[in-house]
Design a protein around this ligand. Structure first.
Ligand SMILES: *Cc1c(COP(=O)(O)O)cnc(C)c1O
Length: 394
């Protein structure tokens, strides 16, 4: 089965539910058992995926999403958790003990860095941040007690690629567990497990849900790592509401069609930005000019709708004039919905192992599903405001 077919059919069992196409939404805490024997049986099997014993451990709504995602990831299992950040913290807590060492990519999603610097540090876990471009050179940072190597590619603000198979191989030889935040590509465009990564992390809030209306995380792994992740998430009390699981599985059905369009528009916008005199460079691995392009082409099946733009010198006020007047680009965190977004970012503040060298402000754009020419007209008007504000300021 090809991926496009998997996302339509996996995890669905219409004839278990009157032939209705989508899985029912089960609202549940208590689950009743008719006899002591039935209760004892359920208790015996409660750690097996698919067992319904209490609302917190999932219902058929949860399982429909998890099963579909596991299939798409090429994983044995997937676990739904309440947010993308929970999909990061649960596996980290599963594998790190006091005295352990972790290697984390310097371009990492900021809340993951904060988790390492605060809670994990308090627990006695030491983190070393590494250059995204390190590749097999990561061997030089591995210590005797390195337990986890954490990857994210491309980074969601600066979009550096990583040589994932090279890093995964070094980690495997050293006996460390690899985890990758794959939110940008989704398993349609990159499957971490196929490239030697042990645990695949998704902020499903973004492209899986796809409509900016739910928080959701998904963690996928093979049997050897999954049980520990689930144990950690369950011990922490992570449970997802049924409506959010439902929205996740519904979003998944159209992921391929949406991503193709996000990609097409992002490419158009990225090329347009690249030709503008106001722009220093565009941060999008699908562009041949991008330093990560060769790795992207080698390993990824596509690019999503999120990219960065580094402006040549521009004042805060001029950038504000440009952004405040956009008609279609909303300003706000998160991304992966149908709408276009923009956000001023400050990558220089979020790194420790490397420095972010840019002549001017960095912006992050999400190409939504609007008409790309309308978007470009909006961006063009924005540069006119930038130019006018610049002249007024001189
Ligand atoms: C948004 C995001 C997360 C966190 O997801 P939430 O659902 O917002 O907690 C993690 N990683 C990346 C790359 C993200 O963009």
């Amino acid at each position: 089965m090809k991926d496009d077919t998997t996302i339509v059919h996996a995890g669905r069992k219409p004839f278990d539910n009157h032939g209705i196409v989508n899985p029912p939404v089960y609202h549940a805490s208590t689950v009743l058992f008719p006899t002591v024997e039935a209760w004892e049986q359920a208790r015996e099997r409660r750690d097996q995926p698919g067992t319904i014993v209490y609302g917190r451990r999932g219902t058929p709504t949860t399982f429909a999403l998890q099963d579909a995602m596991a299939e798409l990831e090429g994983a044995d299992h997937c676990l739904a958790v309440p947010s993308g950040l929970a999909a990061i913290t649960a596996p980290l807590l599963a594998f790190l003990d006091p005295g352990d060492h972790m290697l984390m990519v310097d371009a990492v999603y900021y809340p993951a860095r904060r988790f390492a610097d605060t809670l994990l540090a308090r627990m006695g876990v030491e983190t070393t941040f590494y250059d995204p471009a390190i590749g097999a050179g990561i061997a030089g940072l591995i210590r005797q007690n390195t337990r986890v190597v954490y990857l994210e590619a491309p980074g969601s603000q600066t979009f550096e690629m990583q040589d994932i198979p090279a890093i995964a191989e070094v980690a495997r030889k050293a006996g460390a567990v690899t985890m990758m935040d794959n939110t940008w590509a989704t398993p349609l465009y990159f499957k971490p497990l196929d490239f030697g990564v042990d645990i695949s992390i998704m902020a499903a809030t973004k492209y899986i849900v796809g409509h900016s209306d739910a928080m959701l995380g998904l963690v996928s792994a093979r049997d050897e790592h999954f049980a520990r992740v689930r144990e950690s998430a369950w011990t922490l009390g992570m449970a997802v509401g049924p409506d959010d699981c439902y929205l996740g599985q519904r979003g998944l059905r159209t992921l391929s069609a949406r991503l193709a369009r996000h990609q097409e528009s992002a490419m158009k916008l990225a090329e347009w930005f690249e030709a503008r005199p106001e722009v220093d460079r565009v941060l999008y691995p699908a562009l041949p000019s991008n330093p990560g392009h060769e790795i992207w082409k080698r390993d990824f099946e596509g690019a999503s709708g999120l990219f960065g733009v580094v402006l040549r010198d521009a004042s805060r006020d001029a950038v504000a004039a440009m952004l405040n007047g956009y008609r279609y680009f909303g300003m706000g965190g998160s991304w992966g919905g149908y709408e276009s977004l923009v956000l001023p970012t400050q990558p220089e503040r979020l790194r420790s192992a490397t420095t972010w060298d840019a002549p001017g402000p960095t912006l992050r754009y999400h190409a939504g599903l609007e008409d790309a020419d309308d978007l470009i007209a909006d961006l063009e008007a924005g540069f006119e405001r930038l130019g006018a504000a610049r002249e007024a300021g001189e």
